[in-house]
Design a protein. Structure first.
Length: 159
């Protein structure tokens, strides 16, 4: 973060407190995430992560909207889910040596707290309280994605 970082940390923590992902995290966990991450702005149509590339960063969307897209043979890129503020993207970066599961594209101007996967994994390994707080939230995010994908498949097959 840049000059005025303490103000940025406080602003990020305030935003996290108003999201499903961050609202139930302990204040020290919220602060740790704010300190681990970097605020990044994305323009509409900007590709943030590319499906199949190394998973290097995890992000928490603070404002805007993102689309998760996957390549479907014969159809090209298909949006499988929209990401709203408070949700995460790039969750694969929590795991070592993995690939991104989808392409992430900003559908409007957006801002996210982006956390380097190497730093995040090291923090989770050394700080058991952080790991105990964060892993269930990441799993909850993955579960939300699975439910949304299942509903999309049911809708697709219903046609």
């Amino acid at each position: 973060m840049h000059a005025g970082a303490m103000d940025d940390y406080a602003a990020v923590i305030a935003i996290l407190n108003h999201t499903w992902f961050g609202s139930e995290l302990a204040p020290e966990t919220q602060e740790r995430l704010a300190r681990l991450g970097t605020l990044q702005d994305f323009e509409a149509d900007e590709v943030i992560l590319q499906e199949g590339e190394d998973a290097t960063d995890m992000g928490i969307l603070l404002s805007g909207r993102l689309a998760l897209r996957t390549h479907v043979p014969g159809r090209g890129p298909v949006t499988i889910l929209s990401i709203e503020p408070g949700d995460i993207f790039g969750w694969s970066a929590v795991l070592d040596s993995t690939k991104t599961q989808s392409t992430v594209v900003a559908t409007q101007s957006s801002q996210a707290l982006v956390i380097d996967g190497t730093k995040l994994r090291a923090a989770l390994k050394e700080d058991h309280a952080l790991a105990a707080s964060l892993y269930p939230r990441v799993l909850q995010a993955v579960g939300r994605r699975l439910r949304a994908t299942r509903l999309q498949l049911l809708d697709l097959f219903a046609r």
